[in-house]
Design a protein around this ligand. Structure first.
Ligand SMILES: Cc1cn([C@H]2C[C@H](O)[C@@H](COP(=O)(O)OP(=O)(O)O[C@H]3O[C@@H](C)C(=O)[C@@H](O)[C@H]3O)O2)c(=O)[nH]c1=O
Length: 188
């Protein structure tokens, strides 16, 4: 079955005197949204400096990954870029603020590059992936080659890995992802 396009998911929180409870992943509820991904790996990262930027990343076929991203400490600006060759929205992106406070999650299917900018110090991000880590299929695009309006003060140089600082630009990138006909829509 085909997965849905990028989706912003806002799990319901059941509040009581102790705090709250939320289902952050349920195969039943995700299937009802058209997401039929089988997740096989969970990742967790800590980014210490504010304005750390990780991305834009993907794994190339046949090791592409659907991802379900949430921020469990602090706030991040999370971005998904359409890199499906031939897509009418190729190079366009959607973004959302994900935070420990709002509990929102972004579902990012294969064919999209993913990145996030941390908006606080000490941000922890946790995400599920549909494929195992495959370092020989690691790919990426430079964060500043698409005109993404990153929410940081003008002139700020984000904290980047050496690998991310040396990624190709979108113009240099030759996409291995086919367009599958699913539209990129604004996030709800
Ligand atoms: C992604 C990954 C990395 N690693 C190792 C490789 C390296 O030594 C160390 C740090 O890797 P990276 O620099 O690639 O980590 P990072 O920059 O956090 O990479 C992540 O960025 C976000 C935006 C994503 O979407 C993820 O899919 C992933 O690409 O962790 C694994 O062992 N398993 C993994 O699944």
């Amino acid at each position: 079955m085909t997965n849905s396009i990028v989706q912003l998911i806002k799990p319901k929180r059941y509040e009581d005197a102790r705090g709250w409870f939320a289902e952050v992943y349920s195969i039943r509820d995700f299937a009802a949204r058209g997401i039929h991904t089988e997740f096989v790996q969970d990742n967790h990262s800590l980014s210490v400096p504010r304005y750390t930027l990780r991305g834009l990343h993907f794994q190339t076929p046949p090791c592409g990954q659907d991802k379900l991203v949430r921020c469990v400490r602090g706030r991040i600006y999370d971005v998904a870029v359409d890199v499906r060759e031939g897509s009418p929205t190729y190079g366009q992106w959607v973004s959302a603020e994900l935070s420990a406070e709002n509990g929102h999650q972004l579902f990012i299917p294969t064919g999209f590059a993913h990145a996030f900018l941390t908006l606080d110090r000490d941000c922890e991000v946790s995400y599920k992936c549909s494929g195992l880590y495959a370092p020989h299929h690691d790919g990426g695009i430079r964060w500043d080659s698409l005109g993404i309006d990153w929410p940081m003060p003008g002139g700020t140089a984000p904290e980047l890995s050496i690998k991310d600082a040396n990624l190709p630009t979108l113009d240099e990138f030759d996409s291995p992802f086919p367009y599958d006909g699913r539209p990129l829509a604004p996030l709800g």
